[in-house]
Design a protein around this ligand. Structure first.
Ligand SMILES: Nc1nc2c(ncn2[C@@H]2O[C@H](COP(=O)(O)OP(=O)(O)OP(=O)(O)O)[C@@H](O)[C@H]2O)c(=O)[nH]1
Length: 389
């Protein structure tokens, strides 16, 4: 069976836990690994040194892999993540380690999650056996504002998240929590924000964020795309709630609004981030779309933090899901059917230093909305099933 008929192959879901230094990733992981639903999980800790999980360990499976009391596997990667993930799968296949059904990767606090996503999307062996479920980003309720003011990486971690976890909520007041949530919502309108103290959260709230929904055993595009969140964001602008993420042009200044945060620091890094949704009523020519993606990834790849799309491709009866991170795109997935009567193509984007207007104008030019500006067509895959780069 294949994703074409709506029954995705049994690839193992991979979730990435990222978040700034000290924001509570290990605390979260400790709590999660003690949960009965997490028993068939392999945890990969992508850093040097102490993991902080030692007290949970009961058995050493080999030099780098340990079995936790909950039945989870845990390995610390000192070298290549690709090798570690390949090795885990090979040993699972041979029966040398328990047949885990999920992988969780904890990154170091300073990590940019993009290279890990690239690893998962690019390596042919890994893409055959694993699929990205989602990115969980922890944000410290006490220090998060300051970290985002100072560190562009922490804003990027928020921008690419599928789930945002507000940690240390026991230490922050309601007003501070709401101010932080408002800021996170502007950077990343679609990711649900979950409040947590001491890592206590039901794993069900964090996992299964991908296109494939294991509960319904089907592809769940609405839950995955969440385009309505971007519509709310657009609506919010002009009513005093939203500043600077949906304009299609650069402001380069700060509005110094609400919540009592220092107006000089606030949004310095956030102002580089745009979150928006582009729609098209008419069916899209697949080759032209691929040419556009090629151009965009080649020229602006670094700023394309995340892109998800549901496309009405000319000649295809069913919609096509596309997903990209910076200069890499997943192979497109032809879905079994349209989820409802809305047949528009919808592309949601989170960009850094790329205004929405730049993206919209280039898409219009490549799709031939403006015939005069249309670039010459190159030889590209005939249909989505023959693959995007
Ligand atoms: N009060 C309180 N303390 C917390 C909470 N979550 C984490 N901490 C504490 O914050 C500190 C950092 O937490 P960690 O879980 O180690 O954070 P981390 O993100 O794994 O840190 P790095 O690996 O250094 O990036 C520890 O002392 C935790 O005990 C929480 O919800 N409430």
């Amino acid at each position: 069976m294949s994703e074409r008929d709506g029954t995705p192959p049994e690839r193992l879901p991979v979730s990435i836990i990222t978040g700034f230094l000290g924001s509570g990733k290990t605390t979260l992981l400790k709590h999660l690994l003690a949960h009965p639903d997490m028993g068939e999980t392999a945890v990969v800790i992508n850093e040097f040194g102490e993991t902080g999980l030692d007290h949970l360990l009961v058995e050493k499976a080999d030099d780098d892999t340990v079995l936790l009391s909950s039945g989870c596997l845990c390995c610390t990667v000192r070298g290549d993540l690709i090798d570690a993930l390949r090795r885990l799968f090979r040993r699972r296949h041979k029966g040398e380690i328990p047949a885990f059904r999920r992988v969780v990767i904890e990154t170091t606090g300073l990590a940019d999650p993009a290279p890990i996503l690239h690893t998962l999307m690019q390596d042919p062996v890994l893409t055959a056996v694993y699929r990205l479920d989602g990115i969980i980003t922890t944000v410290d309720a006490v220090n998060g504002q300051d970290q985002m003011d100072r560190q562009a990486e922490s804003v990027k971690q928020v921008a690419v998240a599928d789930r945002l976890l507000l940690t240390k909520c026991d230490l922050a007041g309601e007003a501070a929590l709401q101010a932080l949530e408002a800021r996170l919502r502007k950077i990343n309108p679609a990711a649900p924000i979950l409040r947590v103290a001491h890592g206590r959260i039901d794993p069900g709230q964090l996992f299964n964020a991908g296109l494939y929904n294991p509960e319904s055993k089907s592809l769940d595009v609405q839950r995955w795309l969440r385009e309505e969140a971007y519509a709310d964001q657009r609506h919010g602008h002009g009513h005093g709630h939203d500043h600077g993420h949906d304009h299609g042009h650069d402001h380069g200044h700060d509005h110094g609004d609400d919540h009592g945060h220092d107006p000089l620091d606030r949004n310095r890094h956030d102002d580089h981030i745009r979150a928006f949704c582009i729609t098209r009523d008419a069916p899209i020519d697949w080759q032209r779309f691929c040419n556009w993606i090629d151009m965009l990834t080649a020229t602006r790849g670094a700023g394309l933090l995340r892109m998800k799309g549901l496309l009405n491709v000319a000649g295809e009866a069913a919609p096509v899901a596309v997903h990209g991170v910076q200069h890499l795109f997943h192979p497109p997935v032809v879905l079994p059917a349209w989820p409802d009567g809305d047949r528009r193509s919808r592309i949601v984007l989170i960009t850094r230093d790329i205004p929405a207007a730049t993206i919209e104008e280039s898409l219009a030019a490549f799709l031939g909305d403006d015939a005069a500006a249309q670039p010459a067509a190159e030889a590209r895959p005939e249909s989505p099933t023959s693959g995007v780069k």
